[in-house]
Design a protein around this ligand. Sequence first.
Ligand code: GDP
Ligand code: MG
Length: 203
Amino acid sequence: MVETLSIAVIGAPGVGKTSIIRQFIYNDFSEVYTPTRSRYVYRPSVILNGNMYELKILDVPPISSFPSSSSQEWLDLRCRGVRNANAYILVYDICCVESFEYVKMIRQQIVEHREGSSSEVPILVVGNKRDLQRQRFMPRRAVSVLVKKTWKCGYVECSAKFNWHVVLLFKELLGIAVARGMRQNHTSIRLQGALQRNRCTIM
Ligand code: GDP
Ligand code: MG
């Protein structure tokens, strides 16, 4: 049986959410900024450690807050499926402190608004635009320690522009999800395949 993992990608406008997803799936990047106005779902299949997963990647348009209840989620089309995602990728721009503050707020709301053990859902914080490293507002190590030690989230920096660490971040997230028991049958984490260069299969 193929397992479906839904992953919600959330972040402030312009941080590179759509670019990251499109690099991962299509090896495609555009310098032109086209704001994402409505929720978009991508459904790639990947092979992880010999098991096939269907990913449901939600490219979430700007939302002012994480939906606090199921009814709020249903009233706002942009939020559909966000509350029950199996995992979250929270993207910020390493040169924009406001985008980091946004991620901080959303992470807090995920923990508060998801009930019981579901608040322990895997969350990966992603610092995008690593190619603009010289303009970053905080050293990588300081952010990494804060996110990993205090927030208890995974942390990866990437550049969607140069397709640097893009596959790695999905691999990292799936690794966390599998380790937390998304599948009983897990050993080492290995994405293999079609994106040969990055050893990841997109089917
Ligand atoms: P979204 O609003 O979060 O979906 O952001 P987009 O993916 O639409 O990207 C917003 C803008 O940032 C676009 O002009 C992209 O070309 C640019 N961008 C995205 N990722 C990167 C990156 O890694 N480096 C640089 N320099 N620009 C990026
Ligand atoms: Mg977008």
